[in-house]
Each structure stands twice: as C-alpha cells, then as structure tokens.
Design a protein around this ligand. Sequence first.
Ligand code: HEC
Length: 184
Amino acid sequence: MKRLSTLLILASAAFLASCNADKTTPGYTYMDDMYTSPSLETYEPAYQFANGLSAQLPVEGTVPRGYHPYEFANSNEGYEAARTTLSMPAEFDAALKDGKELYNIFCVHCHGEKGDGNGPLVMQEKILGVPSYAASRLPDITTGSMYHVIMHGKGIMGSHASQLTYDERWKIIRYVVKLREDQE
Ligand code: HEC
C-alpha cells in the first residue's frame, strides 16, 4: 500500500511538472527532437545564411519551369524587332478551338467576335480606337508583333502578359490569324 501511494505521488508530481503557466510553450517535453522540428520555418531568422533569413531567393538567373523569357523591350524598336524576327511556332497551327475560347474571354469585349473592332465595349462607346484585324486596316502586323502587343500592350490596350501563359498567347494569336483571314 505504501509503495502504491509513493508511486501515485511520483506520478502526479511528474504530471504536474509537465504543466506550464506559459500556454505558448509545451512545458517539459521528453524526446525533444520529436516535438521540435529541426527544419527552419519560412521567414524565421537563420544564422546559417549570410543575410540571416531562412527564406532565400532563388539563384540569380533562375527560370521557373515552363517560363519563357521575352527579350523584346517595350518600345517602338522592340515592337519592330518582334514584328520582323518573331513568329508563331508551328506547333500552334492546330490550336484553333482553344484559341477561340481564350479570345472570347480576353479579347472579344474590345475586338468583337469577328475581330472587326466592334466589341461590346466599343458599341457602348466605353472604349474607342479598336482597329479591325483586317489586312486592309492593319497590313503590317505579324504573329510576332501580335505576341509583342499581348506582352506589352499598345496605346490604350493594356498588357495581357500576366493573364495568359506562353501557350495561351500563341493559341489566341492563331485564332486572330483566322479572324484576320475571315475579314478579307
Ligand atoms: C480594353 C480593350 C482591349 C482588349 C481587352 C484587347 N485589345 Fe487589342 N487593341 C485595343 C486597342 C484600343 C488597340 C489599338 C492600339 C493602338 O494601335 O493604339 C488594339 C490593338 C490590337 C492589335 C493590333 C496591334 C498593332 O500592332 O497595331 C492586336 C493584334 C490586338 N489588339 C490583339 C489583342 C488580343 C489578342 C487581345 C486579347 C488577348 C486584345 N487585343 C485585347 C484594345 C483592346
């Protein structure tokens, strides 16, 4: 009986000792390495790195998977260079269906369903100066210049670079080429 009560006292002492007034700490922990992860939390200070941060930047020049750098500057020269040297990769030749879908999300409200420049926003006079894609109106544009305009915008048309992936841009361009042909 005596042994049992000693055991009981010891057990409750151990139990109470593991409590802690500070609710933000777990109190005494046994096998600490199983409670405390040795990995660094994001943004936690880290003496291991020269700048003292656990969140390190990617190595300079890192390119995310699937990212296509665009080297033509947002200037007249950049436009001209893209117009004359860039063209749609052949793999997008058959992308008409996707292109139509994307065009009807991102371009139709200004450029119109047929690409004649009579989108709903133009009809409501919310925006003016949207050209028809017809060759008679825009004789010199190429798939390269279209890519440039999607990347950097032109006049009051804003850049759509952040809204579309590389593939989606070319798919839309493929569809604009078709609309352009249909305008003739
Ligand atoms: C907010 C209205 C608006 C939207 C949305 C819009 N555009 Fe435009 N777009 C314009 C206007 C305005 C111009 C004429 C720009 C200028 O020449 O000053 C233009 C011009 C163009 C041109 C001719 C550029 C040139 O080289 O002369 C192309 C090609 C074009 N847009 C494609 C697109 C595509 C593709 C989309 C969808 C991803 C799109 N636009 C979305 C308003 C818009």
